[in-house]
Design a binder for this molecule. Structure first.
Ligand code: CA
Length: 228
């Protein structure tokens, strides 16, 4: 699976260079040219990572970053800020605003790509080609296989994506609508009961003890027992 990146930058020439190089580096690139367009795209279909320019018309990159961090559906999206400002104070403001990393213009494309990959490895290990481990669960997104202890799990594609998403955010509670948005490709139009049904199938495949916690009136969280 190619990591999907939303590039938010108002300069068409830089957008073009970024799109060319990031595509060549294995990313699926989406573009937004101002903060409003970016927010629309983020809410419609959150990417795996946002590359966000600080200087944007309408809504600054820093404002957009803060907006992302306040939104329950978006707040754990990895954000890398891009900026011409090199001053330490701005760097601190960017990180306080919730950016995961910060790249100062002018930058080398190799450095930018290395930083993006590092952020992805930290925040979305499965996308960076790594293996996810939570308790006695193990998931390899490259080979598309999942295990509980030594036992391989037989999972349909939806249950596999659901398990992967929950393993990327262990312990966090997600509502049905958040799971629909983040796990199902066209989730916004689906009945939230589809989530309950998929959780039921996933639980059946995982077997006891049940690693998924149901939080009444809120949703679900993955909290497997520690490996013994
Ligand atoms: Ca700009």
């Amino acid at each position: 699976m190619r990591p999907r990146i939303l590039v938010v930058e108002d300069e068409p020439a830089l957008q073009q260079i970024l799109a060319f190089n990031l595509t060549a580096a294995g990313f699926e690139v989406e573009q937004a040219f101002d903060g409003e367009e970016a927010l629309d795209r983020l809410l419609a279909r959150p990417p795996d990572l946002v590359l966000l320019d600080w200087m944007l018309p309408e809504r600054s990159g820093l404002e957009l970053c803060r907006r992302i961090r306040r939104d329950p559906a978006l707040r754990d999206l990895p954000v890398v800020m891009l900026t011409a400002r090199g001053e330490e104070a701005d760097r601190v403001r960017g990180l306080e605003g919730g950016a995961d990393d910060y790249v100062t213009k002018p930058f080398s494309m190799a450095e930018l790509i290395a930083r993006l990959r590092a952020v992805l490895r930290r925040t979305r290990p499965a996308l960076a080609g790594g293996e996810l481990r939570v308790g006695d669960l193990r998931l390899d997104s490259q080979t598309h296989r999942a295990f509980r202890g030594a036992r391989e799990l037989r999972l349909a594609p939806t249950e596999f994506r659901l398990l992967q998403f929950l393993m990327e955010h262990p312990g966090r509670v997600f509502s049905r609508s958040q799971l629909l948005e983040r796990v199902w490709a066209d989730g916004a139009d689906l009945d939230p009961r589809a989530v309950d049904a998929a959780i039921r199938r996933l639980r059946r495949a995982l077997g006891p003890p049940d690693p998924i916690r149901t939080v009444r009136a809120e949703g679900y969280a993955l909290e497997p027992p520690a490996q013994t």
